[in-house]
Design a protein. Sequence first.
Length: 525
Amino acid sequence: MLRSCFLWLCLPAAFICGSSWALNFEDVSAEVQFTPAHLDSLPAGGIAVADFNGNGYPDIFVTGGVGYINRLYFNRGDGTFVQSQTINDQVAGENCSVAAAVDFDNDGWPDLYVGCRTSDNLLLRNLSGRGFENVTPEALNHAAPEPTTRTDAVAWADLTGNGYLDLYIGIFTPDADLENPDNLDRIMLNHGDGTWTNAAEALDPAKLNRQALAVVMTDLTGNGRPDIYVVNDKLAGNVLWRNDGPGCDGWCFSDISQETGTGIHAYGMGIAVADVNRNGLWDLYFSSIFAQHLLRGVSDDPLLFEEDPDSVLNRNAVGWGTIFADFNNDGWEDAFLAVGPEAFTPTTLVDRLFKNQGDGTFVDVTFGSGLYKQIPTQGAAYIDFERNGRLDLILHHWNQAPGYRLYENTTGNVGNWIAFELEGGGPVNRDAIGTRITIQIPGEDAQRRELRAGESRGASHDRILHFGLGPHRYADVTVHWPDGTVEALGRFGACRYHELIYTAHVPEIDPTDVMIPGHTRSHCD
């Protein structure tokens, strides 16, 4: 697969402005030829980012909603996008609303799973960048006859450790008939041979019938297995499923929502996960109607979260997609909240942008950011579409033309950065979903990121792990692969993309090396 190579120059330390940095974004949709329509007020606008044609740049898939087909915009690598009518016909679907992109069959090419309403869901296999084939098995389909019952939350992770990615299908339905499997969330285990098993059949059906609107699969308990956090609407209560591993005549999950402080009853909409105060514990941010919810990690043994009701992130609004990302490359993850309308609420329509102040607390910097607009938003994902080390935003604006827009990160005085593209092999899924990277800068608390597929609101982000470094020009890197392999890779240079390939062994590394010959390839000239 071809890879593009370039270097974005590091900024001198004199340009680093610390906590005074502003965050700025510019709508470049027309300029880059990314203007998909979505005149539909029904949830949601699905977004999936991946390099579908293998040219080294991330492409953008978007769902069409009611009345429009799904579309795939290919990134030319020159700052513009282009469509293919042939491929759009292959991915078109009908009345689709959520999406997540992964390589489910480990052939080296990202595929798509798309959730729809009143029509079939889609598992679209990537034919080596030449097109897509609908290979949806009945086990992954959901063609409910009524628009009130639909697939509305999807995420991928290797739950069983067999090297293949499994799929969570979250269902939104007002129908409380627990005997109807179309009304229940599913945990579909991928056996790698084209067959799937629903592990949720062993769980309490009442906890799978809660009108799911978002889901994330991530290792919160630290036992090396991804857990499942489901964000539910209508005050039904969120559910955290701990991944207990094999047994119980199948694969075992336990509901640990109450004892961990995560089983909050709200009008849940979106979800983001990060270690925002760099204390080594994951924090959760989920959106709702009126109040948003920041759950700070308190401990991992036992696992415990506590709400931070005084955080500025708990904005009074109808929240949808949520994102944690380091938009100014200062080493601290900032936050974004998509805001949309409801007829019964007097709250604002303006999305909110929050800057991390360098201690895990936030300040609202929306005004003057380029995002202060009276435009309703629901779906949101991040992307570095130019591969310049700055994270941009793709937003789904409902009942607008265009319905999706690309906002380039134009923040001035940004810090240095480092980013990683991952490739698994053997016991590690090809996308390396579930891999965690920790970077260490002398004298600072460690930063960590985990690669996930399915987050925010019906979206999957750019498949990279990105870190801001502030004024620093290097970081010491440790990789925790999903199979338990840990590689202390030593020192890496800033302002580059590095490709990390799973090697199934821990190599001898000289910690003074900036690059690791034979293991890491930089995207630079």
